[in-house]
Design a protein around this ligand. Structure first.
Ligand code: HEM
Length: 149
């Protein structure tokens, strides 16, 4: 199904049974009907939240990144008035960005690959520092008389 569909709160509220269970997490409408039996936290908690916004409950449990990823698997749309910035609160950004803007994610990857992997200060450490060390050593030897030009 098209994940970009927009639902109103009352539309979501109609899907509140075990056979048809939608919940809202961070402005995302998620159809968890097929996930009820799989949910490690049990189906009861999901059914209790059916047709409602369960963002707070979802957040309070401290669901893992894997659980957050599952949201997108079961997402069927957005709640009317949803703002993409809302995701930052639930730290969904990392997982959502590639889904919301797949092209941008690709660009980012390409950008990272093209980037010079060596930080600038490495050039200094790698080349200039050994040179300076050698110069100081020779100068020291010269001062102590061990080296004569
Ligand atoms: C679509 C929404 C949800 C998904 C995809 C989901 C997914 C998961 C997953 C994968 C776990 C295993 C632990 C982890 O990876 O974090 C889990 C555990 C759990 N979830 Fe959910 N969950 C959802 C919604 C909820 C809601 C709304 C509640 C509460 C009202 C809830 C309560 C719990 C509890 C109590 C556990 C067990 C935590 C534990 O054993 O420490 N979940 N959930």
């Amino acid at each position: 199904m098209d994940k970009q569909r927009v639902f109103t709160l009352s539309q979501v509220a109609e899907h509140k049974s075990k056979q048809d269970c939608w919940i809202i997490i961070n402005g995302r409408v998620v159809d968890v009907t097929k996930f009820l039996e799989e949910h490690p936290g049990g189906e009861e908690v999901l059914i209790e939240s059916a047709g409602k916004d369960a963002t707070k409950e979802f957040q309070d449990i401290g669901h893992s990144k894997a659980a957050k990823n599952l949201l997108f698997k079961y997402q069927i749309g957005y709640l009317q008035g949803y703002k993409a910035s809302d995701d930052s609160e639930l730290e969904l950004n990392l997982v959502t960005d590639s889904i919301k803007e797949p092209n941008k994610a690709k660009e980012m990857k390409a950008y990272v690959i093209k980037e010079d992997p060596k930080p600038k200060y490495l050039t200094f450490v790698e080349y200039l520092l050994p040179f300076l060390a050698a110069a100081f050593y020779l100068y020291y030897r010269y001062l102590t008389g061990a080296l004569q030009f």
